[in-house]
Design a protein around this ligand. Structure first.
Ligand SMILES: Cc1cc2nc3c(=O)[nH]c(=O)nc-3n(C[C@H](O)[C@H](O)[C@H](O)COP(=O)(O)OP(=O)(O)OC[C@H]3O[C@@H](n4cnc5c(N)ncnc54)[C@H](O)[C@@H]3O)c2cc1C
Length: 460
């Protein structure tokens, strides 16, 4: 593909920003990423993405999109130590209805630190000759034409003493700077209205500690997911990331934040509704401090509703819509946004006029389905703050609730559920008559409850 336009600027050099730069390199002769952090040359964390210290699940759909943008991505991750997990065999999942059985599925996810995922993507994207990155550089403002109708570039400032402000000119600017995006203020400074926000706050907190995986551990799974079942507030996960390390994250809803002191952390693990995770970390050696995180609000910035939207500008990723991270949607949602951006550029056939606004409208529709999935789960917890969904959504959620409760007894339904959870298939697959029938004939009898309690965790 021969690029038609001269220069694009991407604000933010994280997973969303890097993938965006990859797509824009098809349409622009030069793409410049601006990133406020000094980026590590190795797969290590950095200050601009503090969430990277916690478990990150790259869902199958996200992995497939990245593979299509950067062929060979999966193999490179594995070559650098990621474990590729099959969702039927290598993921041990405690659902609301109990432990899922081992099953056949073609769904895979890499089990790796977020730092490794980002690093592999960065190596690939920065190897594109027309993509460059300005590290240690903050974007401070958007530039416009004299009518303030078209974004013409950004004002940047290098970090550190003596860094001067500089204006960079571009034909297109896209903000992928995450939850701390300053676009609402920048647009206001230019005379635009600020986007309204919808928020749903489940008051979720994380705490994470790295452990050396015990040499005696012989179970086959690479990923342990134990969901919180309201009114219980506690959940937890173990990811076998690179270098035989267990990344153990605990999560609490409704302000029941997991402690970051060693005794409190282990005690919180003991409060999960099954003892497996607690028992496992008893035998493992911690190799890091415990870090906490609480910025987990679901938030949509409604750029699609602005009455005026500047030309040659767009936003995607967490800068537009951030999800409660417990359902592992963020990186995949960003990748889906990039895929949509590619479609929007292709359809525009070189005409950038109105492209940004069209993209924001379509992105809002795309994010809506993901939003309903994550906030629907959050509203199981009574302390969640935000507007409750309408009657129709509530009915759908009650139905899904029934489906989730029968997952341990029907592998075909569990497989369909995993397809939806991995965003590989639409939620409509859960409404097939054969599933609807079993969901509605299921009765949550005292016997079922007893059999669920008695159920032992199946070894995979
Ligand atoms: C605790 C936690 C756990 C999570 N778990 C998962 C998970 O399991 N699965 C999943 O898919 N997602 C998960 N997420 C979400 C995921 O981290 C993000 O959705 C993902 O990183 C994509 O974000 P992004 O690229 O839009 O923004 P970010 O990754 O936040 O990156 C924004 C970038 O912009 C830079 N930046 C910001 N402002 C400026 C500026 N003014 N100038 C220059 N640069 C700037 C920052 O330094 C940063 O590099 C989790 C999040 C949290 C908080």
């Amino acid at each position: 593909m021969t690029p038609q336009h001269a220069h694009a600027i991407v604000i933010g050099g994280s997973i969303g920003g890097l993938l965006t730069a990859r797509i824009l390199s098809d349409y622009f002769k030069q793409v410049t990423l601006i990133e406020r952090d000094q980026l590590p040359s190795t797969p290590d964390g950095r200050t601009g993405t503090p969430q990277g210290k916690h478990v990150h699940n790259l869902l199958t759909r996200g992995m497939k999109i990245i593979e299509s943008l950067l062929p060979g991505f999966e193999d490179e991750l594995v070559a650098h130590g990621a474990n590729m997990a099959n969702w039927g065999r290598d993921v041990k999942l405690l659902s609301l209805g109990g432990w899922l059985q081992s099953l056949e599925t073609d769904l895979y996810s890499p089990v790796a630190s977020r730092a490794l995922v980002e690093w592999v993507i960065r190596q690939r994207v920065l190897a594109i000759p027309t993509v460059t990155i300005h590290e240690n550089t903050d974007v401070r403002a958007l530039l416009t034409d004299s009518l303030r109708e078209t974004i013409t570039g950004v004002r940047v400032k290098a970090r550190g003493a003596g860094g001067e402000e500089q204006d960079l000119i571009a034909d297109f600017v896209i903000d992928v700077s995450g939850r701390s995006s300053k676009s609402p203020e920048w647009l206001k400074d230019l005379g635009y209205e600020q986007p309204t926000e919808t928020t749903v706050d489940p008051l979720v907190g994380y705490a994470t500690c790295l452990y050396q995986k015990p040499a005696t551990f012989k179970d086959g799974w690479r990923l342990l997911l134990m969901t919180a079942k309201a009114p219980d507030t506690c959940g937890g996960a173990i990811f076998e990331v690179e270098n035989n390390v267990w990344m153990v994250s605990l999560g609490g809803y409704s302000g029941d934040y997991p402690p970051t002191d060693p005794d409190g952390f282990v005690e919180f693990a003991r409060s999960l509704r099954e003892p497996l995770l607690y028992n496992l970390i008893q035998d493992a050696t911690p190799i890091s401090d415990i870090v906490g995180y609480r910025r987990t609000l679901n938030v949509i910035h409604h750029y699609e509703k602005l009455s005026r939207f500047p030309q040659r500008f767009a936003l995607l990723g967490d800068a537009v819509c951030g999800f409660n991270p417990i359902y592992g949607q963020g990186m995949t949602a960003a990748a889906m946004g990039v895929e949509l951006l590619a479609k929007t550029f292709k359809a525009a056939k070189g005409d950038l006029h109105g492209l940004g606004r069209r993209f924001q409208v379509d992105l809002a529709k795309q994010n809506r389905a993901l939003w309903l999935l994550s906030t629907g789960e959050d509203f199981r917890h009574k302390a969640t703050i935000g507007d409750r969904p309408g009657r129709m959504t509530r009915l759908i959620q009650q139905y899904i609730d029934r489906v989730i409760h029968i997952l341990p007894y029907h592998n075909d339904i569990a497989e369909s559920f995993m397809q939806v959870m991995n965003m590989n298939q639409p939620a409509s697959v859960l409404f097939k008559p054969s599933i609807v029938w079993r969901a509605f004939t299921y009765r949550r009898s005292p016997q079922t409850a007893v059999s669920l309690k008695a159920q032992t965790a199946p070894s995979h």
